[in-house]
Design a protein around this ligand. Structure first.
Ligand code: ADP
Ligand code: MG
Length: 140
């Protein structure tokens, strides 16, 4: 399996509770390397674009308002099979259904305020990374 990159966000519920280091420790212990990281305040336009695929879902407005409610940490993670690996480490979207030891099981507050985002495919990872990182900042 080749080394791959994925895009991660530590969501506002994580930064509000000072969990950046705790979540990063889980990421690193899973063998994923944080090769890009920046703490930002997402604009409404950025959040709307980022979650555009969910535009027709009933929770879209709530999701955009949550993602802009406080600072987030945008990250690029690298490792073997990073996309699938990070999805596994994150756990199910709804923390009530997330497996023991996953980030969402340990830290998430609800299905909406669920601590982390991770890309769902290598193709989307590329698109999402490009929305928040310059190539030169994450050069190999
Ligand atoms: P994931 O983040 O696990 O890929 P989705 O892509 O389905 O999950 O949804 C994107 C985000 O939208 C979720 O992480 C969560 O913050 C929010 N969300 C998903 N489903 C709901 C829901 N039923 N109610 C409120 N927010 C939701
Ligand atoms: Mg998703």
């Amino acid at each position: 399996m080749a080394t791959e990159r994925t895009f991660s966000i530590l969501k506002p519920d994580a930064t509000r509770r000072n969990l950046t280091g705790a979540v990063n420790a889980v990421i690193e212990e899973a063998g994923l390397r944080i090769v890009g990281q920046r703490r930002i305040r997402m604009t409404k336009a950025q959040a709307e674009t980022f979650y555009e695929v969910h535009k027709e879902r009933p929770f879209y407005g709530e999701l955009v308002s949550f993602m802009t409610s406080g600072p987030v940490v945008v990250q690029v993670l690298e490792g073997e099979n990073a996309v699938a690996k990070y999805r596994e480490v994150m756990g199910a979207t709804n923390p009530a259904q997330a497996a023991e030891g996953t980030i969402r099981k340990r830290f998430a507050e609800s299905v909406g305020e669920n601590t982390v985002h991770g890309s769902d495919s290598a193709e989307n990872a590329k698109i999402e990374i490009a929305q928040f990182f310059q190539d030169s900042d994450i050069a190999r």
